[in-house]
Design a protein around this ligand. Structure first.
Ligand code: GLA
Length: 732
């Protein structure tokens, strides 16, 4: 049993393999947080401290007791207008216009398995792999009811949190804020690690001390965004990759979000994650309920590598779905950087032919095949095949490409719409725009109003009509701008539009997954602008960044690895000089970096030398040899590329029988020093053979001093080394 309830103390204890989470219903019915951290026994209510604190008010039922204040106590569901003046999870605007709630415990259930959420992504698990705790709370005067959901996957050290908020009263209420998870620490000094960026340079790592005042990461862009990822880590000041306590919070949501970390007047820390309260005022009629999207939590007492590995495993095996979840994905050639908008059926066939000769397994036809779309000024919304441009029906082209032994994939951007399109001319009211006001354009396009079912229905139909034309085995789902002008002509409550948009997106994706279970979906939003755990429920891989330069990708993939498994990271070898930054890197380096992902190509093979073509054949053979290890091994970051001369990582088989190390030289200097890459996670007292050279190394020395990288001339050299365990002082 992972979830325990002590009737006497009214304490809930949730154990995972290495962590314990505890909370208590106190004498007044408030649900207080007691503890989250290293696995422990006992009741931690001794951590609560009661004192008369000036300007920290007391709930009315405390009568003359001034030592009880929501402003100080750690809570599971902090709400506005309870006397808690810190950042809160929930704000309700009641029927009478008042703000505030007063939630008290009314009951709970402990059930087998993991709860699901209607219309929303959620971690899933078998009946015997997980348990769910549901705690009911009610505001007796406003008649608002909340059920808090706690999912626990004990073997994975994963907890999940979500909530159902129901209007049990007679009139309409508004949810003004709804966040899924709150972590309150009564003491401790922490750092916040978050992931910021921009288009083509996503998920840079920032580590800052948690200070007085609130630090906020957020998206107001309608997508989870390039700018901040909806995932954060709160870590002890001393915590590093290999040791120390740390907590991950990852939001399974692809729209506006808010993460807040705040140190209060008594040096207590609170971290919140969930929906953003900006552009959000969600109406609930009498009897209606709202499900707050899920946050995944994990605790590691063994440093950041272990924390990331917990998330990787959970997302890979209990969030991603479908045929390709556990499969090595086909090595693809994407047409975008090979030919942009300029192609025909014949030229694509030419690409496919070259690709087939090199061992590439799938051709993806990117943007430009539909409507009137020879540049990015027109065509979005008209998802019918431009047969004139292709010179043949789509089915025929696919048949010819399949005939070469290649699979066929296709690009869509279902949420985008160009004003120069038939769809816009027919339905100008189907876009997000304020009537009478000129909307903000981005990439010269607008956004379809996915909060409206008829819009989603129409686009789904258009998309199916294309997908049914041939043997399409892959779809790249793109989204190339941030939302603005968030006004829908489908509702009079504009405060619901941003969230309903995301629900519309999920509805579309779910229909797609159900109708085409064998199609591999890859998410994309100008690269990694919607790289979040919500999308992974539908698309097991996401194009990590529009920046395909191997040097920049070392940084981008490093940051991404904190929260997401390598099996989710879309990564391709592209041409040099690189199309995003003009940098020239060696061909091998590009392949080694792309192999730390789903692996593919984004170039015109006809422009390569015979030697490079031969390299591709070898790279693909190598990828196939190592792909199972890459996709499901334990991932270790071996260096921090921001401060190291190298970027290096490791994939270790769970039974430590083999490992693969990738390393890129980030700097080159005269009379260069030697860089030693220290390996991680190996069992002590073993010998490992590096299969390329046949040399044998001791595991302890590999971890203690490391393996020297060659000192060579030239920029951005990269090395990939595969080791196999040969013997171990009687250990294996
Ligand atoms: C986005 C994607 C690219 C490509 C283009 C097509 O930028 O990230 O990979 O598909 O759109 O317009």
């Amino acid at each position: 049993m992972s979830i325990l309830f002590s009737e006497k103390e009214k304490v809930f204890t949730i154990h995972t393999k290495n962590s314990t989470y505890q909370m208590k219903v106190d004498a007044y019915g408030f649900l207080l947080h007691l503890y989250y951290g290293r696995r422990t026994e006992g009741c931690m209510d001794y951590l609560l401290h009661y004192a008369d604190r000036g300007f920290s008010g007391n709930p009315y039922d405390m009568d003359k007791d001034r030592t009880y204040s929501m402003d100080v106590l750690p809570q599971e569901l902090p709400c506005q207008a309870t006397g808690d003046y810190r950042s809160v999870s929930v704000i309700v605007k009641n029927t009478d216009g008042s703000y505030g709630c007063d939630f008290r415990y009314t009951g709970h259930r402990i059930v087998k398995g993991k709860y699901g959420l209607p219309g929303l992504p959620a971690v899933y698990a078998g009946e015997d792999e997980a348990q769910t705790l549901e705690i009911d709370l009610e505001d007796a005067s406003a008649k608002v009811k909340v059920t808090l959901f706690y999912g626990v996957l004990p073997e994975l050290d994963i907890l999940t949190r979500s909530a159902r908020i129901e209007n049990g009263g007679a009139g309409k209420i508004y949810l003004e804020k709804a966040q899924a998870a709150c972590l309150d620490w009564v003491g401790g000094d922490f750092d916040l690690i978050c992931f910021y960026g921009r288009h083509a340079m996503e998920r840079n790592v920032q580590r800052t001390p948690v200070a007085h005042g609130a630090q906020v990461i957020t998206s107001r862009r309608g997508t989870s965004s390039h700018q901040y990822n909806p995932m954060m880590i709160v870590a002890g000041r001393e915590t590093n990759e290999d040791a120390g306590s740390c907590y991950a919070m990852s939001f399974l949501y692809s729209g506006n979000f808010k993460g807040e970390v705040e140190r209060d007047q008594f040096h207590q820390t609170r971290a919140l994650l969930g929906l953003s309260d900006e552009l959000f005022s969600y109406p609930l009629e009498s009897g209606e309920a709202f499900f707050v999207p899920e946050v995944v939590l994990s605790y590691s007492g063994a440093g950041l590598s272990c924390l990331s590995q917990n998330l990787h495993k959970c997302f890979r095996t209990h969030l991603c779905r479908g045929k390709y979840r556990d499969q090595v994905r086909p090595v693809l050639l994407n047409s975008w950087e090979a030919s942009y908008f300029e192609f025909s059926g014949e030229s694509l066939y030419g690409l496919a032919k070259e690709a087939a000769e090199l061992g590439i397994e799938m051709l993806v036809m990117d943007d430009g095949w539909f409507g009137k779309r020879d540049d990015d000024f027109s065509g979005l919304g008209d998802w019918y095949v431009n047969e004139e441009k292709l010179g043949e029906p789509l089915g025929e082209l696919i048949g010819r490409i399949n005939g070469l032994g290649l699979k066929f994939g296709i690009w869509f951007e279902p949420e985008g719409i160009s004003e120069d399109s038939d769809l816009y001319r027919q339905h100008p009211d189907w876009v997000l725009a304020v009537p009478g006001r000129r909307p903000v354009r981005a990439r010269y396009q607008l956004v379809l109003d996915f909060s409206r079912k008829e819009v989603v229905d129409a686009l789904f139909e258009q998309m199916c009509a294309v997908l049914d034309q041939g043997n399409i085995e892959y779809v790249k789902w793109d989204m190339n701008r941030s939302l603005s002008d968030c006004f829908s002509q489908g509702t009079s409550d504009q405060g619901r539009v941003m969230h309903d948009y995301v629900l519309g997106l999920y509805d579309f994706l779910e229909r797609l997954v159900q109708r085409y279970p064998d199609i591999l979906l890859e998410g994309c939003s100008g690269g990694g602008g919607r790289f979040d755990a919500g999308m992974l429920y539908y698309t097991p891989q996401i194009w990590c960044s529009d920046n395909s330069d191997a040097r920049d990708r070392v940084d981008i993939q490093y940051g991404t690895s904190f929260g997401y498994p390598v099996s989710a990271v879309g990564s391709h070898v592209s041409a040099v000089p690189n199309h995003q930054n003009g940098r020239v890197t060696p061909f091998d380096t590009r392949a080694i970096v792309a192999m730390a992902g789903t692996f593919g190509y984004e170039l015109d093979p006809a422009k390569l030398t015979a030697e490079e073509k031969q390299s591709i054949r070898e790279q693909i053979r190598e990828y196939h040899r190592y792909a199972p290890l890459i996709l499901s091994g334990l991932y270790y970051r071996l260096t921090d590329p921001a401060v190291s001369e190298t970027g290096a990582w490791e994939f270790l088989a769970e039974d430590a029988s083999e490992l693969l190390v990738g390393a890129v030289m980030l700097e080159v200097h005269g009379n260069m020093t030697v860089n030693y890459i220290r390996l991680k996670g190996l069992p002590s007292g073993c010998l490992y053979e590096e299969t390329g050279s046949g040399k044998v190394y001791g595991s302890d020395a590999l971890m203690e001093t490391g393996i020297p990288l060659p000192v060579e001339m030239g920029e951005y050299r990269a090395y990939q080394m595969h080791f196999v365990r040969r013997s171990c002082e009687g250990k294996f």
